[in-house]
Design a protein around this ligand. Structure first.
Ligand code: ADP
Ligand code: ASP
Ligand code: MG
Length: 416
């Protein structure tokens, strides 16, 4: 007997028919003798709808009330699944986030601090399936919180760690982690294994199949984590600490894209020490994270331009902050462009094989893709380009790294 957490995403929970499918998968695990906790997302599209309602209600919506509204989608699916399980003859009950998930940090993007496990242990010992709404928590002062978009993955991993589960299975609308988003590149290939470190980087640079925080948490807890199809019985992807000898590959693990960056350029800054700090300091104070930065000095060395990226949602705020500091920073013009995208390659092999980064730049140059900025970490290289070049870049890189599936292999298994 094992104790397992099964997490089902929005597409898997969209409508009663699909909830029945989820319930039968849960039933199978119960019948195999396992203790089961199920973490559910809101129905696909529901959280977007709720976010939109908040925007319509008030341009400056109170983050505490925003959480009250957007957390509600998961309450509905948790209740519906518990009922459906009961209808199939299983013992099941729902819990709400405020009963279980203590969180800290800003509303709308809280972090899990602790899981109250007593109620869950009691239910599991009595043979009851515990159905838990993902995405929700409770703050120190007793208010409902949410864990950031895509946060049900983190709820699942946090709860699995909190109740000492043997594994956490993330069921979604693709049958595993692919070499890139199979909705962009149909010839993407499913990975049987990926390391925590690679998955963390891939998620961090835009692969939304798992929320980044959920991967970091599973890695710290050394929790066995799998990504599986909610619709087909397929082996999925296992996230592992290290690739064993039989899992080794001589290329990258995958490619991720991010359209969610906007570019700001400040021209003709004095080329003096501390000028980058003068620009970035005020942004950091305003809580705006900067991603890529390039500084290009003029030939005379007296002036330079700085280009950097911020999340698209923070573009206007970032520009307003810089505008108020114009006199301290001393730039000529501020230019901006929200239509940029970041394409990143990720793989543990990048650490030891510089040829992999070289392959990336050669392939992009041959496809005449202009790079606006480049950044690299130990196992990742990212390139910023105009948004209209992004899909071509991903396809070209996918082929250049030998990742395309063969025509006889099954096409990416996207069920919805
Ligand atoms: P859920 O609602 O189940 O949480 P998400 O939409 O958050 O599902 O995540 C699954 C989606 O992630 C897939 O439908 C796919 O389009 C996207 N995706 C992006 N990159 C990858 C990747 N490398 N492998 C698999 N899916 C990916
Ligand atoms: N429903 C939330 C969202 O759409 C959380 C999740 O699905 O993981 O962001
Ligand atoms: Mg998700």
């Amino acid at each position: 007997m094992a104790r397992i957490v099964m997490k089902f995403g929005g597409t898997s929970m969209a409508g009663i028919e699909r909830i029945r499918n989820v319930a039968s998968r849960v039933k199978r695990e119960r019948e195999a003798g396992n203790e089961v906790l199920v973490v559910v997302s809101a129905m696909a599209g529901e959280t977007d709808r709720l976010v939109q309602l908040c925007r319509e209600a008030s341009a400056l919506s109170d983050p505490k009330e925003y959480d009250v509204v957007v957390a509600s989608g998961e309450q509905v699916t948790a209740g519906l699944l518990a009922m459906t399980l009961q209808g199939m003859g299983l013992k099941a009950r729902s819990f709400m986030g405020w009963q279980l998930v203590r969180s800290v940090g800003a509303h709308g993007n809280s972090r899990i601090e602790a899981i109250e496990r007593e109620l869950l242990d009691e239910a599991l010992h009595g043979g009851t399936v515990a159905v838990i709404p993902g995405f929700q928590g409770v703050s120190e002062d007793g208010r409902v919180t949410t864990l950031g978009r895509g946060g049900s993955d983190t709820s699942a991993v946090g709860i699995a760690a909190g109740v000492g589960a043997d594994r956490c299975d993330i069921y979604t609308d693709v049958d595993g982690v692919y070499t890139t988003d199979p909705r962009i590149v149909p010839r993407a290939r499913k990975l049987d294994f990926i390391t925590f470190e690679e998955m963390l980087e891939l998620a961090g640079v835009g692969a939304k199949v798992l929320q980044t925080r959920s991967v970091g948490l599973a890695m710290r807890e050394n929790l066995p984590l799998r990504v599986l199809s909610a619709f087909e019985d397929l082996p999925g992807t296992e996230v592992v600490a290290e690739l064993g000898a039989d899992m080794e590959r001589n290329t990258i693990a995958g490619i991720a894209t991010d359209r969610n960056e906007a570019k700001i350029t400040l021209t003709r800054l004095a080329d003096r020490a501390g000028v980058v700090g003068a620009v970035l300091g005020p942004l950091a104070e305003a809580g705006i994270a900067i991603d890529m930065i390039v500084q290009a000095a003029s030939r005379e060395g007296a002036e330079s331009d700085i280009t950097f990226t911020v999340p698209t949602a923070s573009l206007h705020q970032a520009m307003a902050v810089i505008e108020t500091r114009k006199a301290d920073i001393g730039y000529d013009e501020m230019l901006f462009d929200p239509n940029v995208a970041k394409v990143s390659i990720v793989g543990v092999g990048i650490r030891s094989n510089p040829a992999l980064a070289a392959t990336m730049f050669k392939a992009l140059a041959e496809a005449r893709i202009n790079l606006i900025a480049v950044s690299a970490s130990e196992i990742k290289v990212s390139a910023l380009m105009t948004e209209d070049q992004m899909e071509t870049a991903v396809r070209v890189l996918h082929t250049a790294f030998g990742l395309d599936s063969r025509p006889d292999e099954k096409a990416a298994g996207a069920a919805a």
